[in-house]
Design a binder for this molecule. Structure first.
Ligand code: CU
Length: 107
């Protein structure tokens, strides 16, 4: 009987650990194609990571207006950034300022 209780306790701890790991978030992809972010506007959960996938043959950046963050996405490669704080970020490409995107991080 005691071993059963112990097993139940271990299972419960494992479940809590897995639930915590889930808080680390998901990877959400934003494609870059023909000088445009797609989707240009996206809503994510705190702890999620945006992965920009650059399918163009030229380098791009995802740069926050105001410059609080900056990610360089080399031609044909991808790059990531995690977002933890709720709020809205408007970003653009430093090399092609007409490329813009919006990230909403839910509360
Ligand atoms: Cu660009």
């Amino acid at each position: 009987m005691r071993t059963l209780v112990r097993h139940a306790a271990v299972l419960l701890l494992l479940q809590i650990a897995c639930a915590r790991a889930g808080v680390a978030g998901e990877i959400v992809k934003v494609n870059i194609n023909d000088l445009a972010f797609s989707p240009a506007e996206i809503t994510i959960t705190p702890g999620d990571t945006i992965e920009w996938v650059n399918a163009d043959f030229i380098d791009h950046t995802a740069t926050a207006r105001g410059g609080s963050w900056d990610v360089v996405i080399t031609a044909g490669k991808s790059a990531q950034r995690q977002f933890n704080k709720p709020g809205t970020s408007i970003y653009y490409c430093r090399f092609h300022p007409s490329m813009t995107g919006v990230i909403h991080v839910r509360k």
